[in-house]
Ligand binder design. Structure first.
Ligand SMILES: C[S@@+](CC[C@H](N)C(=O)[O-])C[C@H]1O[C@@H](n2cnc3c(N)ncnc32)[C@H](O)[C@@H]1O
Length: 284
């Protein structure tokens, strides 16, 4: 981890994230608050590192291609792609100025040539001319409060691709959502995820707001809020904005080389993934 990470970046708001994010407007900017530095620490756990690396593997070869990452956060996926495919041109975009500030700090400390900008994936339209070969988004759709917002996100993905371009999303896994009751630590993290209504996770409704508590081995916690959209809803939304060949794919150990299949992060993640892969294509 770069030495700059302990620096406090997120005095952006004079408010307590824990108290305010339940309104949608504040939920959109929740990562501007004090969770971003803990989020970066969460990314270092074996479980979350595996999620990132398996997603990078699922995206696959982007050598020499223009790639846009929506909801890039602190840039973990963008860096993973750039390290794997150095000639890719990568632009990361996120609604949170705090997350982008941290992504830029990391880029300044360890330059890879990734560009970052602040933008709302529901409204930003074509970014830097659009026409990307590949658009990726790892955990974006779960921040749409209703189907109108979900559609706007899907449209932004579509609008930014060239004809024949490829989209790769990670969307929340239905099984994870519905069985997410308190679990023991696995690969460095314990996650408690449930509807804020108090409803049993097994009965989570479409569009329902959920709270996710991530607890790290050192006792630090990250609390964030999102909305539940089932995998099929996400897939249908892509089809409704004219993506083709959209299909849900599970994370499997086949995504990693044989030598790494016993890595406890990979096995823990594949055994109980919080997301599924959703690739789709913009027709020629
Ligand atoms: C769980 S983090 C994931 C970050 C990154 N994709 C990763 O996996 O490391 C979710 C990110 O989505 C961003 N986000 C939420 N709503 C967004 C929106 N409407 N447009 C762009 N980014 C958004 C948040 O600011 C946050 O950085």
């Amino acid at each position: 981890m770069p030495t700059i990470l302990p620096v406090v970046y997120f005095k952006v708001k004079n408010m307590n994230a824990r108290e305010v994010v339940k309104s949608h407007q504040n939920l959109k900017y929740q990562y501007d608050n004090d969770i971003a530095d803990v989020f970066e620490e969460y990314l270092q756990t074996d479980y979350r590192r595996a999620a990132k690396e398996l997603f990078v593997a699922a995206v696959g070869d982007v050598e020499g291609q223009r790639v846009l990452e929506l909801s890039c956060g602190t840039g973990a996926i963008a860096r993973g792609l750039k390290q794997a495919y150095p000639s890719a041109s990568i632009l990361g975009s996120d609604i949170s100025s705090g997350m982008i500030a941290l992504a830029r700090e990391i880029e300044a400390a360890e330059p890879l040539g990734i560009q970052y900008l602040v933008g709302d994936a529901m409204t930003q339209g074509a970014v830097d001319g659009g026409n990307y070969d590949v658009v990726v988004a790892h955990c974006l759709f779960c921040y749409a409060k209703d189907k109108t917002e979900l559609r706007s996100m899907a449209q932004t993905c579509y609008e930014n691709l060239r004809p024949g371009g490829r989209l790769v999303l990670a969307v929340n896994n239905d099984v994870w959502t519905r069985t997410s009751i308190k679990r023991p630590y696995r690969a460095g993290v314990s996650i408690f995820q449930a509807p804020i209504s108090g409803r049993n996770p097994v009965d989570t409704q479409e569009g329902e707001q959920c709270q996710c508590n991530v607890k790290l081995a050192d006792g630090k916690t990250e609390t964030s809020w999102h909305y539940h959209w089932g995998e099929q809803t996400c897939l249908q939304m892509l089809e409704s904005v004219w993506f083709s060949q959209a299909k849900l794919e599970p994370f499997t150990l086949e995504l990693v080389p044989d030598s790494q299949r016993f890595d406890s992060g990979y096995t823990s993640f594949v055994d109980f993934p919080f997301s599924s892969i959703l690739p789709a294509w913009k027709p020629e």
